[in-house]
Design a protein around this ligand. Sequence first.
Ligand code: ZN
Length: 155
Amino acid sequence: MNHVSRDGWVAYLADEIPEYLKIEYENHLYSCDECLSIYMEVLETEEASVVSISDDLADSVMKEIKREKGDAEEEATHIRKENSLRTIARHYLIAAGFTILLMAGGVFQSLTEYVDSVETTSVKETKSLTDGLINKTFNWMDSIEKKNKEGFINE
Ligand SMILES: [Zn+2]
């Protein structure tokens, strides 16, 4: 068999030749160093193109991964937000727990007494204010009544 052309090897590597020709090429390859070297050259260039294709593939895969990573980051932010909310809630619970403990321990006793006294004072003030308003209202009503009576008298 004649030497296989470079294009022949390219076609062979690209799987573009019939099966019987492949067998012929392969048999020739085993017995011809010249064709073997050409074959190796073609194989290297083909591999390079295959590598570049896989680079493109890798790029797109990486892009896809980055995209998904972005989603994951978004999700992570969401989770972080939820976590911070949970942390705040937990701190509130801890604070509430401490309050209960301190109350039980009587630490707040004096403070509670102070608050009670303040509340009582404010209630007293409110009462006096209300009383004053009620008195004023009664006085006003009295005056109206008097005026009405006077009016009746005048008629
Ligand atoms: Zn050959």
